[in-house]
Design a protein around this ligand. Sequence first.
Ligand SMILES: [Zn+2]
Ligand SMILES: [Zn+2]
Length: 247
Amino acid sequence: MTMLQVVRAVAAQLGIAPGRCRHCLERQAETSLGLCNHCAGAFAPRTGGYCSRCGEVFALADEPPRLCSACLHRPPPFSATFLYGVYDGALQETIIQYKYHGRHSVERLLQGLLLQAYAGGRTRLAGPWPAHDCVVPMPLHPGRLRERGFNQSLELARPLAAAHRIPLLAQGLARSRATAPQAGFSRVQRQENVRDAFTVPRSALLAGQRVLLVDDVMTTGATAAAAAWACLQAGAARVDCCVLARA
Ligand SMILES: [Zn+2]
Ligand SMILES: [Zn+2]
């Protein structure tokens, strides 16, 4: 490797390689998300076939979003879900690298995807859309925050809140207790696991507010439902969710 190649490789790893694809770091970025044309295909957004309320993917991608049968009968406490894609493939890998392997060079890519999730959702889901009054990131339990060093939901939410000039309430929600990882639990177990897991430290901040709750991944919606419920109990007028990926 020449010195120039070494400098380029290090810069790319740090996410400071101008003009390079934010995913492969090799080819030139060619899309508005900062991806090369090759990688852009792996990050195509999900534009349909999911529930407009809970985000569950239940139909073909070319069908417009509509309510799933669960939401028709027992709707969750949040009113809509904006999502970028399904939690698999390149999107899943990138989120895992960011959260668990400290690959911060993909942060801008994921932040860009979240911006598109919000913009795309507002166009696709039946409106008219209220303006959101505040953005609230899904909190991590303090123990997990110490372990990871950052709250991915908060970092993802920053540019979204800034772009739409919506106040970001980093401490809008708090975890009142640690919860076991949801993987492997049944639907009922998941609901039990997260019941009363959230508190609103200053309820006056959420009173009457239309809240946009931001998380990286929504699995069954049980965690989002518990968080939304805490916001509504604190007086929020409405809660919508915005996530990168829906499992
Ligand atoms: Zn690429
Ligand atoms: Zn649904």
